[in-house]
Design a protein. Structure first.
Length: 347
């Protein structure tokens, strides 16, 4: 085997570390290094601009040479025609230009070759020692979260409830071990808890107080587990055991907080149930009033309350009598009312 020697001559002229140069104590070393670097960069820029100019001139010379060669070829193919003398003159002129541009092209190529040799002789420095092979930037930009409208929130909630209504209701009426099932459904949002809140209000309106207390307890269990998962920054399905461990080990502050939140939640449910009942009663009374209205838009009850006390002795006009009056009015007959009460009033 023949040993291959390594050519170290390429490393003979390297300007890399200015820190190794010794300077006079009276010289500001950082300023000197900064000036050297600036001078080196300016020299490098000027050298690169010179190379770019040579390339542009050589490309322009090549383009003109191709144009002249095309014109010479056309003149040679024209043959003998009228104006032969003019053709020969133009051909001679074109051939002279072709010769000139060929000479210029060789000159530019020679200058370009000299420029490349100078570039190889230039010492390497920190700016030219290596070149970037590739560059890749990765930015982990958090996607912009757009706030959902009330319609979108309501649609998502309704979709979730329609899909898991049976499981959530089972959890609300069941024991602690069913938390696993419910938490499996409720990982990112609290729509399951919201459904249980509505369920509690419905039970209170229906006066099923015992069942409401049980569902309210399960609702607070779910909320506490979700809050615990949020504080520990883990999946809710991984912390439900820790929640029940705190309850079983008689963690007094935690139990008191749980009990207070449960009682407060029940009070809020009762308040919402009263408001719903009151609203339903108002709607029912308004519907009844609309049904009592006579042809002129008057409410018989309101009119009766405004009559003098002497009319209190008259028989009461019932809802059936009101319909009878409307029928007799449409037929044109005279309605005497129950026991002739209205006939007596007309006299």
């Amino acid at each position: 085997m023949t040993s291959r020697t390594i050519d170290y001559s390429v490393w003979d002229h390297i300007e890399v570390s200015d820190d190794e140069d010794e300077t006079h104590p009276n010289i500001d070393t950082p300023s000197l290094f900064r000036w050297r670097h600036q001078a080196r960069v300016e020299k490098q820029v000027a050298f690169e601009e010179k190379g770019e100019e040579l390339e542009r001139n050589m490309a322009e010379c090549k383009r003109r040479l191709e144009e002249v060669q095309y014109r010479v070829k056309e003149l040679e193919q024209e043959g003998k025609k009228e104006g032969e003398e003019e053709r020969k003159t133009a051909l001679s002129k074109a051939q002279a230009e072709e010769k000139k541009y060929r000479k210029d092209q060789r000159l530019w190529e020679k200058k370009m070759e000299e420029h490349r040799r100078e570039e190889k002789k230039m010492p390497w420095n920190v700016d030219t020692l290596s070149k970037e092979g590739f560059s890749k930037s990765m930015l982990n930009i958090k996607p912009e979260v757009t706030e959902e409208t009330e319609e979108q929130k309501e649609e998502k909630h309704q979709t979730f409830v329609d899909k898991h209504k049976k499981e959530i209701k089972h959890f609300g009426e069941g024991a602690n071990f069913l938390v696993i099932m419910c938490i499996d459904l409720e990982v990112e949002e609290v729509r399951g808890a919201n459904f249980l809140v509505i369920m509690c209000i419905d039970l209170e309106v229906e006066e099923k107080h015992g069942l409401m207390d049980q569902v309210a307890h399960q609702t607070i269990v779910m909320q506490f587990i979700l809050e615990l998962a949020k504080s520990l920054k883990i999946d809710p399905r991984g912390c439900f055991r820790e929640f029940f461990q705190k309850i079983k080990t008689a963690d007094q502050p935690y139990q008191e907080a749980f009990t207070d939140e449960l009682e407060s939640f029940k009070e809020r449910v009762r308040g919402r149930a009263k408001i719903r009942i009151q609203k339903a009663m108002e709607e029912y009374e308004e519907e009844e009033r609309q049904n009592r209205l006579g042809p002129g838009g008057l409410d018989p009850v309101e009119v009766y309350d405004t009559l003098p006390e002497v009319y209190d002795t008259l028989p009461e006009v019932t809802h059936t009598d009101t319909h009878t009056y409307r029928e007799t009015e449409q037929t044109g007959a005279r309605w005497t009312g129950p026991c002739g009460g209205l006939r007596h009033c007309q006299k």
